[in-house]
Every structure is written in C-alpha cells, then in structure tokens.
Ligand binder design. Structure first.
Ligand code: MF3
Ligand code: CO
Ligand code: CO
Length: 239
C-alpha cells in the first residue's frame, strides 16, 4: 500500500506540469495512463464498473467522476480536480487534487484552499480510539459555518486490494458513533465541497459525471491514510 500510494502521489505530481490552458483532459488521461504502465502499474478507473478512462477529470461545476475527453480544453480561470488511482502489485493508491488554471476569482481561491484545509482537519482526527464520525464532524465543523455545501452522496472509503471497501468515511455531520479507528486500517479522506447547494446530479448521458445541482463550482482533495499505533501516515505522499 505504501508503494501504490507513493506511485499515485508521484503520478499526480507528474501530471501537474501539463495542467495548463489549452491542454485537453484526454491528453492528461493518456499521459497518466502511460506513466502508470511505465511504472509497472495499471489504472484502476479504466473499465471500473464501466468507467471508460484511466483518471477522473472534474472541471468547475463537476463534483467528481468527470470523464476525460478531447473536447474538454482547460482555460484560464477554470479549476480541475484530477483523481488518480494506480494499482501496483494488486494494491490501490487513491489521491486527488484541485488545480487552478491561472488566475481564478477570489471566492474560488478560497473554496479550493478551504477544501484542502478541511481534508487535513479530517485527517488530523485519525488515531486509534477515535471514530469515523470524529473525522466527519471535524470536517463539517470547519466547512458548514463558512457557508459551503458538503456533498453527502459520495464519501471516502476503505481501500486496499479493492478500490472501494468498508468503512465509508462521510465528510458531513454524523450524530451517532461510527466505527472505531484501529491500527492497520486504510481509508481515504476526500471531501467534495460546493460553493452552493450540497445537492448533485448524476449524468443521464454518460452515467458518470457528477455535477452540482445549482451549477456552482465544487472542489475536492483526497489522500489515502493509514491508521498507525500513534496516529496516521499519509500513504499518498510523493517520493
Ligand atoms: N477515485 C475515485 C474515488 O476517490 C473513484 C473513481 S471511480 C471511477 O473514490 F470509476 F470513476 F473511476
Ligand atoms: Co477515493
Ligand atoms: Co480518488
């Protein structure tokens, strides 16, 4: 899991240099898939429950699961989440980041930085004895007073030999105790944060693209996290 996580993080770092105005998301997809294969891994999203590409590219009002395509060309002022999940020696590493394309409006700058901050606030709860709901509530306590809509229909997840396992990690308030964290558990923390309503639509056309209901923009960051004896270790750190 450490090796898979490190490769995922290195891949996200590698693709960052190509995330510029004028590039299309299919080019980013192809570069990521080639890098993954060159490093002895395969792209988990490709053919996962019918997903047609190797990475997810989610622009502006797309919350997640955006499908790379040649017609999606990045332009100044956009934001894009790139979500990568290589499988190395049977193990998954899952990480994502929202990139700003050049200068974006100040409230979007803040959306992106608050989303990343909320992920870290959630991760800081991770230690044996704490519960999954402590992660959820810490994230909610930071975001809700700031007026954001936290997506509830998609959550973090256990990960390992399988892409998505138990437990689910909600990023919004939980009023009952969820699973206790124990050393050796591995899961993702990946808040999806909307400028407006938390409500989302699932595309009827392509079956994947998740958009905000009100068309306002959304950001996301994701790490794969191991519970250690004393706290946590981020598995998706670049080498
Ligand atoms: N990487 C996403 C996650 O964080 C899942 C993408 S599923 C796909 O859980 F099929 F869209 F790739
Ligand atoms: Co994930
Ligand atoms: Co992911």
């Amino acid at each position: 899991m450490r090796a898979a996580g490190r490769l995922a993080a290195d891949l996200l770092k590698y693709i960052e240099t190509y995330v510029k105005p004028g590039v299309n998301t299919l080019e980013l997809n192809n570069l990521c898939n080639e890098y993954t294969i060159k490093h002895g891994a395969i792209s988990a999203p490709l053919n996962y429950k019918g997903f047609p590409r190797a990475i997810c590219t989610s622009i502006n009002d797309v919350v997640c699961h955006g499908i790379p395509k040649a017609s999606d060309v990045l332009k100044e002022g956009d934001i894009i989440n790139i979500d990568v999940t290589p499988i190395l020696n049977g193990y998954h590493g899952d990480t994502s980041k929202t990139f700003k394309i050049g200068k974006v409006p100040p409230e979007i700058e803040t959306l992106v930085s608050d989303t990343e901050k909320s992920m870290w606030i959630g991760i800081e709860q991770v230690k044996p004895g704490r519960r999954v709901n402590d992660i959820s509530n810490a994230i909610d306590d930071f975001l809700t007073p700031r007026g954001y809509g936290i997506v509830t229909q998609l959550m973090g997840h256990g990960i390992g030999r399988k892409f998505h396992e138990e437990p689910q990690i909600p990023h919004f308030r939980q009023n009952k105790p969820l699973a206790k964290l124990q050393p050796g558990m591995i899961f993702t923390v990946e808040p999806m944060v909307n400028m407006g309503t938390p409500d989302v639509n699932f595309s009827k056309e392509d079956k994947w693209t998740v958009r905000t209901k009100d068309g306002k923009w959304s950001a996301q960051f994701e790490h794969t996290v191991l519970v250690t004896e004393t706290g946590y270790e981020i598995l998706t750190m670049p080498s």
